[in-house]
Design a protein around this ligand. Sequence first.
Ligand code: VTB
Ligand code: MG
Ligand code: MG
Length: 327
Amino acid sequence: MDRNLALELVRVTETAALASASYMGRGDKIGADQAAVDGMRRAFNSISIRGTVVIGEGDLDEAPMLYIGETVGCGDETEIEVDIAVDPLEGTTLIAKGLPNAIAVLAIAPKGTLLHAPDMYMRKIAVGPRAKGVINIAAPTSENLHAIAKALDKKIEDLTVTVQDRPRHEKLIEEIREAGARIKLFGDGDVATAIATGFEETGVDVLMGIGGAPEGVIAAVALKCLGGDMQAILNPMSPEEETRCREMGLSQDDVKKVLTLDDLVSSEDCFFAATGITQGDLLQGVVYKGNNRASTHSVVMRGKTGTVRFVEALHRLDKNETLTDVL
Ligand code: VTB
Ligand code: MG
Ligand code: MG
């Protein structure tokens, strides 16, 4: 894939972020999500790729745009075909309430190299580059935490684990406390927290717990680019979800097995882009500057070279055609 794609992809997440940011605090999750989807879909039109959405807003009958199987991009036959995973507004509750860490996010990789994760739960563990190779999701929590602490040359009391604040994590939280590590609970948005493990300055060392499977695959692309690590196990909770796994081409063994980072995304030739909507651990949110100007803060990464770029942009909301269409 062409390295110049990085900047093209940032335009896509920037547009989704700008389209939805005005919904902050309005309590309107659906409106905000719709705006982000519209913005992202429109921005994709101008990118020279031949992409198919493999992780998106749902099946064709549930989503009019960015549905699974939709083709996006304006690339011709000379372009290689890519899989696209999107979450135009990751953290609808966060934006509805004006809470931190809502992001617009996407990942792309060569066709057939992203796990086609169904919309269900997934158990995950994610860490940054220094703890690569020491995690084992099948092992007890304390064993993982000790191994990670050792790899990071930290005392276990200095290790910070982020966990989504949900009743389903009661036992996990207990185990982390018993092991002696620090915990940072978060309400929503485990893509943002997974990525945070890849940047020491966030103070977040590990993500553990059960969140969305689609979000798991998107986060895996970021960790692949960052040189971090992740493991996961799908967590179907009903016979219908089991059936859904079969329909997506996952065998009974696939559903039970430990998915490594390579199972989640099997190519190094991948890209990840995210733009902050509300202010977060890693990214600033959209800031309205007055006089029809707004700034965005994004990160874009390329797996092949491991380059991580932060992009700060100042937008003219009245001049940019893609934006004036969606705002
Ligand atoms: C998860 C998590 C997401 O929503 O999907 C979560 O991966 C849903 O969990 O980052 P609950 O069913 O417990 O609400 C997010 O937090 C936001 O999309
Ligand atoms: Mg979404
Ligand atoms: Mg989401």
